[in-house]
Design a protein around this ligand. Structure first.
Ligand SMILES: [Zn+2]
Length: 241
């Protein structure tokens, strides 16, 4: 049986000599399949299976195993490999999707698609990266509270964020586990979680707030999942120096 799937390649794992397991994010969740000979320079589907390529794949389905039959590129973002800013951002987003998102997630596809497209059009990279990492937090199973105080549900007098308690904290509940934050910081935090995928280019956030939130979210995710680090974060941070 043949099936057709449309998706963005997020992982390519070499297998045997020139074969690879390809993982895609699609609107129906993640799909993985084996692509024979795809790592060979002569393979005609080589470029459609590269990470961050948006393609339509025709797959053979046999005994629950999927393998590549044909592929056609919808959009290639290969030129991102030549821009340090884009490359370090997509590597970070990609590692976070691979490590923190369930295979059956259907929510992130539109975000990833629009993120790549807007990055390509030159929209503010920090805003886009911060939205992606916030949306990954939201879908990781460790969502944070950004509508009211996580301890008492008060919607007023929000003064800080506590990653230990899990979100916004009000003036009355402020404790030594809470980081005091400016109004703009708190507003930006909420914006990143609330924005729908079709409005990602609505607003450019302050870059130092955005950068600091990306670091906080990454550290929150690695702590929640018991990981030592997110490898791509260091490279992302270095690219900003
Ligand atoms: Zn409170």
């Amino acid at each position: 049986m043949k099936i057709e799937v449309e998706g963005i390649v997020i992982k390519q794992t070499p297998y045997k000599e020139k074969d690879a397991m390809i993982s895609l994010l699609t609107k129906n969740g993640m799909v993985s399949f084996l692509a024979h000979n795809v790592l060979s320079l002569s393979s005609k589907y080589r470029s459609s299976c590269l990470p961050f390529t948006y393609s339509i794949f025709t797959l053979n389905s046999k005994l629950d195993k999927l393998s590549l039959s044909q592929a056609k590129i919808i959009k290639s973002y290969m030129h991102f490999y030549n821009s340090l800013e884009s490359l370090t951002s997509i590597n970070l987003v990609n590692e976070c999707i691979c490590k923190f998102i369930d295979e059956d997630n259907t929510y992130l596809f539109e975000f990833l698609k629009n993120y790549l497209e807007l990055l390509d059009r030159g929209f503010d990279e920090i805003t886009l990266t911060a939205i992606m990492i916030a949306q990954i937090v939201k879908n990781s199973g460790y969502d944070l509270e950004y509508n009211s105080c996580v301890k008492c549900s008060n919607k007023k007098n929000i003064v800080g964020i506590s990653y230990t308690h899990g979100g916004f904290v009000c003036k009355n509940c402020f404790d030594n586990q809470t980081l005091k934050k400016s109004k703009e910081y708190l507003k930006t935090f909420r914006y990143l979680f609330m924005i729908p995928p079709d409005k990602m280019a609505h607003y450019v956030i302050d870059s130092s707030i955005g950068f600091s939130l990306i670091e906080e979210f990454c550290s929150y995710l690695s702590t929640s999942f018991g990981l030592k680090e997110i490898k791509a974060l260091e490279m992302y941070k270095n690219s900003k120096k």
